[in-house]
Design a protein around this ligand. Structure first.
Ligand SMILES: NC(=O)C1=CN([C@@H]2O[C@H](COP(=O)(O)OP(=O)(O)OC[C@H]3O[C@@H](n4cnc5c(N)ncnc54)[C@H](OP(=O)(O)O)[C@@H]3O)[C@@H](O)[C@H]2O)[C@@H](O)CC1
Ligand SMILES: [K+]
Length: 481
């Protein structure tokens, strides 16, 4: 599990640690970790041309100290001071002692010829868009071929929300201190942070603001069937998706459920003929969900249309005292009567993309974690807000950010697959927020595996689900972390 802590949480823990350690010790620890990662990434120090973009706070101090270490190892380091009078004094002295060049913005020629650029403009103390001198330095540095490494947080990225301001530093790697901040793994911030490396500062952090599951965490939520299990004990999922004219959503959703947890899948709906042809393993009927027989969780909505019949089915399923996942057309219908969800006592999982989220009446202004959380609290439901890094929030504030997403998943039908995966996990009896988070993780892993063979379509995802389950359980020679 990767715990995600906000800037305020890190600051509070740092304040406690600072009071217990000699002056400068924490910054030394951070800078040593930073230099170590840089050396590993660059593969050498001697002759390496390094440019430090140095802001006026402690983030700049980290860059200066790390630059001094690299210079002592033989790198040709240039420190560009964006606010020379306010550069971290001890860090600057160390850089000069190590023999590095120190320049100001007026004298910054050659910025685009570095092999490695360290962004120490702002960290968790940054506010808003970069100031002109900083933005100009970023623009010139990124025009070159150098490896782009952000110190703690890419400057211009909000550490908590992942909102990216114009001119922000587009890092390929981010070396972050004390804890991974949510803004490095969610929204546009994920793309700007690149690969995140955590340097442990030994901080005593409280409960995280959000979490990211690892393969090992998901494996623990998916125990293999035991000798005493039968098709019912693994959970029976019911699916109402697709239509006679467009059976695709029913076929994909049913297939995904079967491939995730092949206990028993019941399909009830008008795509019965297509689903039966595709999946002889499913128990298929064209009747109403309430008549489908024993079911432990329902999926309703994908490709089901928005007519009166679909509206009746949605109300009928939501009236059952069982976990229910609502997606796609079901969300469109739900937007007219959110009380259908608010009044439930059994768990509900809603899986909107951005447009469906706003259609439900919630604001989505940059802060995806905050938005998903407030919708979940308002509705008393688990909200899975789809995205490059899908956010899953429970009504009690429990929050997960998915780390396995791939842009290849942005193709038709992948949402139907996700609904089937999460529905199958809900039917096993997992708490709804964990079923949703684990489902998003598996769906992403299946996407990564499918995309390894080139562009993927949704049915490739279904085919790769067993391999994704195997992968998270430690198969294919991969570690679980
Ligand atoms: N505390 C600790 O123990 C440890 C902290 N550590 C490190 O400290 C970092 C936090 O340091 P911090 O608090 O000094 O803030 P920081 O991120 O450097 O930014 C503030 C400065 O930036 C400026 N500035 C603001 N916005 C700007 C903008 N848009 N564009 C341009 N400039 C802008 C702002 O200027 P001002 O508003 O004051 O004029 C101010 O001078 C943290 O991320 C980690 O790297 C580690 O060493 C581990 C130990
Ligand atoms: K930075």
């Amino acid at each position: 599990m990767t715990d995600l802590h906000t800037a305020d949480q890190v600051r509070a823990a740092e304040a406690v640690a600072l009071a217990r350690t000699p002056e400068g010790a924490l910054m030394q620890r951070a800078a040593t970790g930073l230099a170590t990662v840089c050396l590993r990434l660059a593969g050498r120090a001697v002759g390496l041309r390094v440019t430090l973009l140095v802001g006026s706070g402690d983030n700049g101090g980290d860059a200066l100290w790390a630059g001094a270490t690299l210079a002592r190892r033989g790198a040709a380091v240039t420190g560009l001071l964006l606010d020379p009078d306010r550069a971290h004094p001890a860090g600057l002295a160390a850089l000069r002692r190590a023999g590095a060049r120190v320049v100001t913005a007026a004298d910054a020629a050659g910025l685009d010829r570095a092999d490695l650029v360290l962004d120490g403009i702002t960290g968790i103390g940054g506010r808003g868009g970069l100031r002109p001198a900083a933005a100009d330095a970023v623009g010139r540095a990124v025009a070159g071929p150098g490896l782009l490494v952000a110190v703690d947080v890419p400057s211009g990225v909000d550490a908590d929300t992942g909102v990216v301001e114009d001119g922000a530093f587009p890092a390929q790697h981010t070396v972050t201190f004390g804890a991974v901040k949510p803004g490095l793994v969610v929204g546009e911030g994920r793309g700007h942070a690149g690969v995140v490396h955590l340097v442990d500062l030994g901080l005593e952090l409280g409960p995280p603001a959000a979490r990211q599951l690892t393969d090992g965490d998901v494996a623990a939520l998916l125990p293999d069937p035991g000798a005493g299990d039968d098709k019912y004990s693994q959970g029976v999922v019911g699916i109402h998706a697709g239509s006679a004219t467009y059976p695709g959503a029913g076929v994909l959703c049913t297939g995904a459920a079967l491939r995730t947890r092949p206990g028993l899948v019941r399909y009830a709906g008008t795509a019965a003929e297509g689903v039966r042809a595709a999946w002889p393993e499913a128990i298929v009927s064209s009747g109403r969900p309430a008549d489908a027989g024993r079911v432990q969780a329902w999926v309703v909505g994908p490709g089901g249309g928005t007519d009166d019949e679909a509206r009746d089915v949605l109300a009928e399923v939501l009236a059952l005292d069982l976990p229910v996942l609502v997606d796609a057309d079901g969300l469109t219908l739900l937007a007219d009567d959110l009380d259908l969800v608010r009044h439930r006592s059994a768990p509900t999982v809603l899986t909107p993309h951005d447009r469906e989220f706003t259609r439900l009446g919630f604001d989505l202004a940059g802060d995806r974690i905050g938005a998903a959380r407030s919708a979940a609290a308002d509705l008393g439901a688990v909200v899975l807000l789809k995205g490059d890094a899908t956010v899953v929030a429970g009504p009690d504030g429990t929050t997960f950010v998915n780390g396995t997403g791939t842009p290849w998943l942005a193709t038709a039908g992948t949402g139907d697959v996700l609904s089937g995966v999460v529905g199958a996990l809900l039917a096993t009896g997992l708490p709804a927020v964990e079923a949703a988070a684990a489902g998003a993780h598996l769906h992403g892993r299946a996407g990564q595996l499918a995309a390894a063979g080139g562009p993927l379509i949704a049915s490739d995802l279904v085919r790769h689900l067993p391999a994704a389950v195997h992968r998270v359980q430690g198969g294919l020679g991969h570690s679980r972390a």
